[in-house]
Ligand binder design. Structure first.
Ligand code: BGC
Length: 744
């Protein structure tokens, strides 16, 4: 009897194990196995059709996965300042959902202006959490194209003119986002530095500038940020579209930097099946053509990387292994995102998200000028707020980064809440048309009446806060076309002059993602560079104007006096906007402050400039040694003291200048920075480390990075021109630099 019971139990156990074995997960679904093994297993189960399906769109923002194998669809969304609204399956129009709002974070220029990498990590995390909640697998951002001209329509979505600043911001953004199991898609690779003729322009740039300025932030995003996806740009480099450019994608991105993620088109940036297949493109999105007819809807089978590619594989002209490699990368992305059972659930509209949005906004706002402590405004001051940007929704417009925020508090509302309704009057002053990105819509208001009303409002107040700038309408910081001029639009310069006449106590707040001409700069007591600040823009601006928060933002780009003082505009049309389809970056390495400093053309406000309501004293700048080998790291220290009566934060910038370089170099280059908060009277030691390898320049003849045996000076500055301390050291034996693994 006992024997029988044991026998039966054993039989049952064996049956259960067998059943389990039958139900065992196939290796590609078994997350106890190594990812690469799972990917190879999935590939063996896929037909050519399955693999081809993985590598092109099925709708405006998704790819189909492999339903037969339970491999999920991949859902994408813009990016980069929050999660965009849902779109119709196959049309460029909002789907009209009511549950697709988001927290709008400040634009990336503002994030760059914080000079705060930790905050960049929190920013990425907010976008990641909301993307995850909205069931997105890829966020199309961040953008890290270098700011070359203040006319470029998309600078507001990028991180400024300096590659070190851009790199230090983009890496934590990517990590913060991807920790949610949502991929970042760094864009637009590469050289998308203008919107004018973006679909076709061929960029001619020397290899030094390419390597020293235009690629480093992308490289950092890949090698340090570990980004899982990269988007190609619309323009060309060396005559070939960047989206299927062998040098950029195969050689640099995938081979040199070891990128193992997916390389995605910009929407509609693929132009040729063979090139796309062979030159490293992994996913094709947004094409509107079968190669013959433009604007064909539901043309997914006609995509370059759909039926046309299948035909080339079937005919043996392209090896199926080429498709396998693309599918492998897509599957790797799936394991990192939608097939990762461990990924968090995400969250939406949390108070923490709004708090991050507000913190980024107030840390990014830059106080450009503050004569006789005009700001902060004292309580009880009668304030006239004038200008359309005090009330206009600036999360709208701009192109693909447009957002539908659940909360958006305008500057006027923020100022009223802080200073009291009764102390704040408002007048529109000027007006623009509705946001639109293909032409300029006229304003419905009469300009003269608006001006007369604004002047009356200004006359009757203690101070005027003029809130103007650009507005993300067509040619006013918007994708698809550049700004038409450096000047402010809608007669704002004249309006500011007229307001000043009746009330000289007029401060100007510029809302923009670009430098603008400021012919009135000498005549107004205070200027604030605000940005597209997102959901909490109003309260953040009020925090700064009231002094509840001490401004600490620094300019991520130079503000030239005249447009021709900017390098891209100093060489005629061939350098901008281009001639015969080519744009030549004649200024080479001398972009932004590198140009202003080296050519001694002062900017109105230099890169890195930003005032505080307190004053900081810099002292004791020193390096830990006097001479360094190529593999060493320079440790720079200095003392920073808050000499004023209020707490504040200062970003000390560390620039390097080389004494006698073998190849010409800019007068100085940013190598590191540190933001430090100090109570009144407090002193702290500020430390940054700079690997000697980061002092290298790119020798385009030898095609390698070199650090000369030479003398270097580290300059500690409150901006690129306000240098407060210097320390000198030497580097030695560059010939052994080949051993330095940090060099790309
Ligand atoms: C933009 C991309 C964007 C894509 C999808 C393109 O027009 O250049 O930045 O991610 O559209 O909306």
């Amino acid at each position: 009897m006992i024997f029988n019971r044991i026998a039966i139990t054993a039989l049952l156990a064996a049956a259960a194990t067998a059943a389990l074995a039958d139900n065992a997960l196939p290796p590609y679904l078994d997350d106890s196995l190594p990812a690469e093994q799972r990917i190879e297993d999935a590939l063996t189960r896929m037909t050519l059709d399955d693999k081809i399906a993985l590598i092109h769109a099925q709708s405006k923002f998704s790819t189909p996965g492999c339903p037969r194998l339970g491999i999920p669809e991949i859902w994408m969304s813009d990016g980069p300042h929050g999660v965009r609204v849902e779109f119709d399956w196959d049309e460029w129009q909002s789907a009209g959902w009511t549950n697709d709002s988001c927290t709008a974070l400040p634009a990336l220029t503002c994030l760059a202006a914080t000079f705060n990498p930790e905050l960049a990590g929190q920013y990425g995390n907010v976008v990641g959490e909301e993307a995850r909640f909205r069931k997105k697998d890829i966020i199309l951002g961040p953008g890290v194209n270098i700011y070359r001209t203040p006319l470029s329509g998309r600078n507001f979505e990028y991180t400024g003119e300096d590659p070190v600043l851009a790199s230090r911001i983009v890496v934590p953004y990517i990590k913060g986002l991807q920790q949610n199991g949502v991929s970042a898609c760094m864009k637009h690779f590469a050289l998308n530095n203008q919107e004018h003729n973006r679909d076709a322009v061929n960029v001619i740039v020397d290899e030094r500038a390419l390597n020293e300025l235009y690629l480093p932030a992308f490289r950092a995003g890949v090698t340090e940020g570990g980004v899982w996806a990269v988007m190609g740009s619309y323009n060309k480099y060396k005559g070939t579209y960047c989206t299927h450019n062998d040098t950029l994608v195969n050689e640099i991105l995938k081979k040199q930097w070891g990128f193992d993620g997916v390389f995605i088109t910009d929407w509609g940036s693929a132009h040729d099946t063979r090139e796309a297949a062979l030159n490293g493109l992994d996913i094709e999105m947004g094409s509107w053509t079968n190669g013959l007819t433009w604007g064909k809807s539901n043309a997914y089978d006609d995509y370059y990387m759909a039926e046309p590619l299948k035909r080339l594989v079937r005919s043996g002209e392209i090896d199926e292994k080429v498709v396998d490699e693309k599918a492998r990368r897509v599957l790797r992305l799936c394991l990192r995102t939608n097939m990762n059972r461990q990924r968090p659930w995400g969250s939406m509209h949390t108070p923490e998200h709004l708090a991050v949005a507000r913190e980024v906004a107030r840390e990014g706002i830059v106080l450009l000028k503050n004569e006789k402590c005009f700001l902060p405004l004292r309580d009880g001051t009668r304030i006239a707020v004038i200008g359309e940007n005090a009330v206009k929704s600036l999360t709208k417009g701009g192109g693909s980064s447009e957002l539908k925020p659940r909360v958006e508090i305008s500057p006027l509302q923020g100022i009223r809440e802080r200073f009291g309704e009764k102390n704040v009057t408002f007048s529109l002053g000027y007006a623009s048309g509705e946001p639109n990105y293909s032409n300029e819509l006229p304003s419905p208001y009469d300009a003269d009446s608006l001006r007369v009303a604004a002047i009356e409002t200004a006359r009757n107040a203690d101070v005027v806060i003029f809130i103007g700038g650009l507005n993300k309408n067509y040619r006013q910081d918007c994708e698809g076309e550049d700004r038409a001029t450096y000047d402010l639009p809608f007669g704002q310069n004249e309006l500011i002059a007229a307001i000043r006449e009746v009330n000289p106590r007029t401060a100007v707040v510029i809302v923009s993602g670009n430098a603008v001409a400021m012919p009135w700069a000498e005549k107004v007591p205070a200027i604030v560079q605000s940005w597209y600040l997102g959901s909490m823009g109003g309260p953040a601006l009020a925090d700064i104007l009231s002094g509840d928060v001490n401004p600490s933002g620094k300019l991520p780009f130079s503000i030239p006096v005249n447009l021709t003082d900017c390098a891209a505009h100093a060489f005629g049309e061939s350098a901008y906007p281009g001639v015969d389809g080519n744009v030549r970056y004649e200024e080479g390495l001398l972009v932004g402050y590198r140009w202003h400093d080296t050519r001694r053309i002062p900017a109105r406000y230099p890169f890195g400039h930003g005032l505080s309501y307190t004053a900081f004293r810099y002292s004791d700048l020193a390096t830990d040694k006097k001479e360094y080998a190529p593999t060493d790291t320079v440790t720079v220290t200095m003392t920073l003291e808050n000499k004023g009566k209020v707490a504040g934060a200062e970003t000390v910038q560390f620039y390097a200048a080389q004494k006698a370089p073998r190849l010409p170099r800019p007068a100085k280059e940013l190598k590191g920075f540190a933001k430090t908060s100090l109570a009144p009277g407090e002193k702290k030691t500020v430390t940054v480390t700079i690997p000697v390898a980061d002092l290298a320049y790119y020798d385009d003849t030898l095609r390698r990075w070199i650090v000369d045996d030479d003398e270097f000076t580290i300059l500690a500055g409150a901006s690129s021109t306000d240098i407060r301390g210097k320390a000198v050291f030497k580097t030695s034996s560059y010939s052994s630099l080949a051993d330095n693994k940090r060099l790309p």
